[in-house]
Design a protein around this ligand. Structure first.
Ligand code: DHB
Ligand code: FE
Length: 284
């Protein structure tokens, strides 16, 4: 059977992608950011998954105000990098895993989560920047990726509690897929940032660090946090962090023998307008 081996959590700042694509990753501003991912790139080579289930948000790129799915699962064989206004990033096409995606859709929908099935979708920085941070600049991504888009852009957005429960349902779905696949689940976006209005530029280090502590040790309780708390404390775009709870929900329990192991933890302020947070948890 397939199983979830590990989870990766990371911010997805678009300027990080631009820094890589334009050959600026060695500049003093960017060096500390990329340094935080050196361990992670080696870790991914040492812990090569068969499939990555990548939870991210679309930024009005594939979807617009015309259509706003709360949870959308990419079931296609391929996903092209999106043109976000400067041409598509020069990164490989994302290859999907239609069989596992269809199985997860079947299982999770029968478990009462109403996913939108997507058979054609361009993927924006929310998905490609985490891949770049973890893989560098390869000619091909190391394995198939199932894109899972969450609406955190247009209210109403899903609660942390629902995201955490959805993670549980995804874990169950993966465990019932009849092939011995190693699946990683990645939760992306965040940490604290606000791109708009009078509080633009807001970053809250203390809150972010506490979020990381609680995500590791006490995710069920963290999942009870209402979204207004994210917005007040972590800024309007800090709400992206509910996606980390999907990945965390798909991991082992926080108490008892199933407690995940912290393989790596990193935090850096700022990159562009955002606090960069990053965590790798392994199932034991
Ligand atoms: C920035 C961060 C984001 O999460 C995003 O989607 C766009 C911009 C930023 O920090 O500039
Ligand atoms: Fe974002």
């Amino acid at each position: 059977m397939a199983h979830v081996t590990a989870s990766v959590y990371t911010s997805h700042v678009p300027a990080i992608g631009a820094a890589l694509d334009l050959g600026k990753s060695g500049e003093p501003y960017w060096q500390p950011v990329f340094k935080g991912y050196e361990f992670s790139k080696q870790w991914l080579r040492d812990n090569q998954p068969d499939v990555i289930f990548l939870v991210y948000n679309d930024h009005a790129t594939a979807f617009s105000l015309e259509m706003i799915p709360t949870f959308a699962i990419g079931c296609a064989a391929e996903f092209e990098p999106a043109d976000e206004g400067w041409g598509p990033r020069p990164v490989p096409t994302v290859k999907g895993h239609p069989e596992l995606a269809a199985h997860i859709a079947q299982s999770v929908i029968q478990d009462d989560f109403d996913l939108t099935i997507v058979n054609r979708m361009a993927v924006d920085h929310g998905l490609t920047v985490p891949l770049s941070l973890m893989c560098g600049q390869p000619g091909e991504w190391p394995c198939p990726v199932i894109p899972f888009a969450v609406n955190v852009v247009q209210y109403p957005v899903p609660s942390g509690r629902r995201c955490y429960q959805l993670g549980r349902a995804i874990r169950k779905a993966v465990a019932s897929f009849d092939a011995p696949l190693k699946v990683q689940i990645w939760g992306t976006g965040g940490m604290s940032h606000q791109l708009q209005g009078p509080r633009a530029g807001l970053i809250n280090r203390e809150w972010d660090k506490r979020f990381l502590d609680r995500l590791i040790a006490d995710p069920a309780e963290l999942a009870q946090l209402p979204h207004i708390d994210y917005v007040r404390e972590a800024g309007s775009e800090g709400i992206e962090l509910v996606m980390w709870l999907i990945a965390r929900g798909a991991m082992g329990d926080e108490s008892g023998p199933g407690t995940p192991r912290v393989a790596h933890r990193f935090y850096h302020v700022p990159a562009s307008n955002t606090a960069v947070g990053h965590l790798i948890l392994e199932n034991t």
